[in-house]
Write a protein that binds this ligand. Structure first.
Ligand SMILES: Nc1ncnc2c1ncn2[C@@H]1O[C@H](COP(=O)(O)OP(=O)(O)OP(=O)(O)O)[C@@H](O)[C@H]1O
Ligand SMILES: [Mg+2]
Length: 930
């Protein structure tokens, strides 16, 4: 990889400059102007993609020249084919000119960059932290001078760098322009970057003719025409094809060679030229091609001959390379030349070259190990062990992809099957963390062949179990497999044993999926025994997720602390793992901000990202952001095919819930049927519960309360909160409402008693609202009003608008029954507004009917209450504005006068007034209001 800063002492080195100027790219130059303007203002990113030789690098030069002349600072990196896979090497190159200012960054960012880039020790940084640190450094540099980051041959950028630089480019950093160029690579760096991309096409025939005239000797007209056709608008072909023609061909006295695809033809052409070079020169070119960095000093050491520059000269004279004396580098004039040099070499020559390079870079352990691996044909434990260390270093620097590559290569060099199995397992573990389950299963298949006893080991069992639950496997088999492996693990209490901790995490997934109390027992026992201390996400899975209905105040406080902890940016995997315990106790909003980063910045974070998405769309559903919830669920279901069937189930669950609340019964039913059959085949009870939840909600929406009762009671019967069944909390009010509506008052009361006994209301404000709302629903008329008021009074429940509106609807229905029409209308109108805003059609219809029955007809979309007051507050404010005392208002609303006083305390600041006398003016009522 070659990197330089263009406005310093070093010259720009993005390949070789186009000496005759650029022809036929006026459109692109206009686009580049716009891009530079945008970059100077708010920041911008742009990708040029196109075939080899089409002129991407030439265009980058043109843009760079303009930017440089306008005084921008330029940092750049060029990806190199054949370069050893050294993590973050690309990023290192881009940032190195800026690192002198690293001390201005927050210490957490400084550390992340130092560790990630390999010049400091510290805890393994998360990719997101490295990305944020990169953005911070670029932002700082740009605050001093406009910055242009140029990345050429992006298709060869190492994957970790591509992820981070892609993140930074998508972030759109003010005053920074990101200009990428590379060959189209389906599924590769450019596609994954998600940046706006321009496909660079062929130059026009006129431009081709102009270029030919500039770069070739005078040609016979026929030959000139033929070359223009054959070059297919590819500038490299236009420049290079004439050089390969013989004198008779140039004179058109002899036919041109038969057509080949243009790249192959160019490559063949370069090969022809390389073959004519002296052996020593060819050997040096191979060394330069395989090393990537092209440092003369390394070549000198590897070649071990005195005449380095003399030996390079023939290639330089033939314009295949350029020797940069100032920076002491050798650059290939075009990447195709580098490919041709390697293509042309024999396996034996490549091995010798790698061996020589390995000895020349003894001071750089990663490069040394990779070259040794390149030089090794047979298995070799010594080299494999060196690659193990490379993998370990990559892992510590947060480069999982690099670590997986190193472990896989180490495995292929391992002479002993057991070592091979271990290394492949490590690679599979890294791949599993990246969410690449297909790679994991391929690796494991090899492991199985290498070492049949492997499946019994903890690492193997853990991976096999995650594959089983991510794919088509049975939950109880996965559970059994993993528990047995855990129990026979030699040191089952060591909290510092990564394999053990990961296996326990996988087990917690399996238990949650299985939805049965007995599955959790071995997990809980093992987590409680971990020493010195289990990771917080495992503890919370044990104390909250394993049985959310019975989470104690202490564990909930622990969860709250874990979710709100600041600076936890360093460990996003933990956040995602902790958030699982937050879902049934309504605390996902506490980690929303951090989870949302995955959505704002979709990156190569695999399974972690998908899990963040899963929790976000559930939170969106409960907090009434249904469009976003749907969008995320659809994103999640598109990840299903690639990685895990389980993700598809979560997506279907959310979509089924959305279909239920929107009254789309057909979709709801189809989705729930899919969930049910998926779950039945795998004994995944929790998935069945999700289907039952969505079905019960839909049945309530369409007024089929008997069916709703059956569905809800199938999750957990009335009077009971089944152990380890979180979904029982989700349907607590559905069960009571359905029971009340179908004259099952005893069952309703039994369930309310169970809620009280288990202290469900203490789990979250949402559950407190629902428990109190359920109690009011089942109460006799003379008690219900006070209970409904009690349910709706606590502040903060409007975070869950659908649930709150449901309680208001029930309250309005009750008030109408007891003929308190004006109060009923207030509740119903408020509920109707929410249902309409959310698009909860069945509930909106039901509320509108109810409102009509109170004698009020109002346009469907009319907003009645002043926006800043809750309906309850508005009622009180209105009554107070008519001159009633607190006591009189309290009597009218069945409340205590103290409650009215509290409400008024909240109302005055909301309306911006300080006295009762100002109330009338402050309230701007709709004239149609009764
Ligand atoms: N529009 C142009 N006018 C004149 N010369 C050009 C033009 N486009 C490209 N060239 C020249 O053609 C050759 C190949 O172009 P370039 O190296 O930019 O291709 P590329 O798209 O970057 O290919 P690769 O994908 O292999 O890197 C270079 O010598 C370059 O200077
Ligand atoms: Mg190029």
């Amino acid at each position: 990889m070659v990197a330089v800063e263009a406005n310093g002492s070093k010259p720009p080195l993005l390949g070789m400059r186009c000496i005759w100027g650029l022809v036929g790219r006026e459109n692109e130059l206009h686009m580049a102007d716009d891009f530079l303007d945008k970059a100077a203002a708010g920041g911008a990113a742009f990708v040029l993609a196109g075939a080899p030789g089409i002129g991407k690098t030439a265009l980058l030069h043109a843009v760079e020249a303009v930017a440089s002349a306008a005084g921008r600072r330029i940092v750049q990196v060029v990806g190199a084919e054949f370069e050893t896979d050294i993590g973050f090497s690309g990023l290192n190159q881009v940032l190195s000119p800026l690192l002198s200012d690293i001390s201005v960054l927050a210490s957490v960012h400084q550390e992340a960059l130092r560790v990630g880039l390999g010049f400091g020790d510290g805890p393994r940084p998360d990719w997101l932290l490295v990305s944020n640190a990169t953005v911070a450094l670029l932002r700082h540099a740009a605050s001093i001078q406009l910055l242009l980051v140029i990345i050429d041959d992006a298709q060869w950028l190492d994957r970790a760098s591509a992820t981070v630089l892609g993140f930074a480019a998508r972030r759109v950093v003010p005053r920074v322009g990101f200009l990428w160029a590379g060959r189209p690579d389906p599924g590769g760096v450019i596609e994954r970057s998600g940046l706006p991309t321009h496909m660079l096409g062929p130059v026009s025939d006129d431009a081709a003719a102009a270029l030919l005239d500039l770069c070739s000797p005078p040609l016979a007209l026929r030959v000139r025409q033929r070359l223009i056709v054959e070059a297919e608008g590819n500038p490299l072909a236009l420049i290079e094809l004439p050089t390969a023609l013989s004198a008779p061909q140039l004179a058109a006295t002899e036919a041109l060679p038969s057509p080949l695809p243009i790249t192959a033809r160019l490559q063949a052409l370069f090969e022809g030229r390389i073959k004519t070079l002296p052996r020593a020169t060819q050997r040096l070119l191979l060394l330069a091609a395989l090393d990537g960095a092209g440092e003369l000093q390394v070549l000198q050491a590897a070649a071990d001959g005195p005449e380095l520059l003399e030996d390079l000269e023939p290639a330089e004279q033939d314009h295949l390379i350029v020797v940069d004396d100032v920076n002491r580098l050798v650059n290939f004039r075009h990447p195709l030349i580098r490919s041709s040099v390697v293509e042309l070499s024999t396996a034996c020559e490549r091995r010798q070259a790698h061996r020589a390079l390995a000895s020349a870079v003894l001071d750089q352990p990663d490069r040394h190990a990779w070259h040794l691996a390149g030089a090794t044909f047979e298995t070799n434990e010594q080299v494999a062990a060196l690659l193990d260390q490379v993998g370990q270093r990559m892992f510590c620097r947060g480069d999982l992809a690099g670590a997986a590559t190193a472990s896989t290569r180490a495995a292929s060099l391992s002479p002993v099957p057991l070592d091979q199995a271990r290394r492949l397992t490590e690679a599979a573990q890294h791949a599993a963390k990246l969410g690449e389950l297909r790679t994991v299963s391929q690796l494991l298949a090899v492991v199985g062949q290498t070492d049949p006893g492997f499946a019994g080991s903890l690492g193997g069992a853990s991976l096999a179990a995650s594959l089983l639950i991510g794919g088509d496997g049975d939950v109880s088999i996965a559970h059994q497999l993993l528990v047995e492996a855990l129990q026979s693990h030699p040191d089952p209490q060591n909290a510092e044993d990564d394999t053990l901790v990961e296996a326990l995490h996988t087990l917690s997934w399996i238990c949650a999926l299985g939805g049965k109390a007995e599955l959790w027992k071995p997990f809980s026992e093992m987590v409680s025994r971990l020493t010195p201390r289990a990771p917080v996400y495992l503890l919370l899975a044990h104390t909250v997720l394993a049985d959310p209905a019975r989470a104690t105040a202490t564990s909930l406080a622990h969860l709250d602390r874990a979710l709100s902890r600041s600076g936890s940016e360093t460990d996003l995997t933990s956040i995602v793992r902790i958030s699982r315990s937050a879902r049934f106790v309504d605390r996902l909003y506490l980690c929303r901000e951090r989870l949302s980063r995955f959505v704002r910045e979709p990156v190569d974070a695999g399974i972690i990202e998908a899990n963040a998405l899963r929790d976000l769309c559930l939170d969106d559903f409960f907090t009434g952001q249904w469009d976003e919830s749907e969008q995320l669920a659809r994103g999640l279901s598109s990840a299903e095919g690639q990685e895990s069937r389980l993700l598809g189930c979560h997506a279907r669950y959310i979509l089924a819930l959305l279909a239920a609340v929107r009254g789309d019964d057909n979709s709801n039913q189809a989705l729930c049927d899919e969930l049910t059959s998926w779950a039945a085949l795998r004994t995944a009870l929790s998935i069945q519960y999700t289907a039952l939840h969505a079905r019960a909600l839909a049945a309530i929406g369409r007024g089929d309360f008997d069916q709703a009762y059956q569905w809800a009671a199938a999750i957990s019967p009335p009077g009971k909160f089944a152990t380890s069944v979180g979904e029982a909390l989700f349907v607590c009010i559905d069960l009571v409402e359905a029971a009340v509506r179908t004259n099952r008052l005893d069952e309703a009361k039994a369930h309310i008693a169970a809620m009280r006994e288990e202290g469900i209301a203490a789990l979250s404000p949402r559950l407190a609202l629902l428990v109190a709302g359920a109690a009011a629903l089942a109460a006799p008329d003379d008690l219900a009003t006070e209970l409904f008021e009690h349910a709706l009074a606590p502040p903060g429940t409007d975070r869950w608008p659908f649930d709150r509106a449901r309680v208001q609807l029930a309250y309005g229905e009750h008030l109408r029954r007891i003929r308190s029409m004006s109060c009923s209308r207030l509740q119903l109108a408020a509920a109707l507004d929410v249902f309409q805003r959310l698009g909860a059609q069945p509930w909106a219809r039901r509320t509108a009917n109810e409102l009509r029955a109170t004698g009020q007809v109002r346009p469907a979309n009319q907003r009645l209450e002043p926006p800043s007051l809750t309906p309850q507050e508005e009622t009180i404010a209105k009554l107070a504005a008519t001159g009633l005392t607190n006591k009189q208002i309290a009597q009218q609303l069945y409340l205590s006068h103290r409650t009215i006083q509290n409400h008024l305390h909240r109302i005055f600041p909301k309306l911006g007034i300080t006295s009762r006398a100002a109330l009338r003016d402050a309230l701007t009522y709709d004239k149609t209001r009764p």
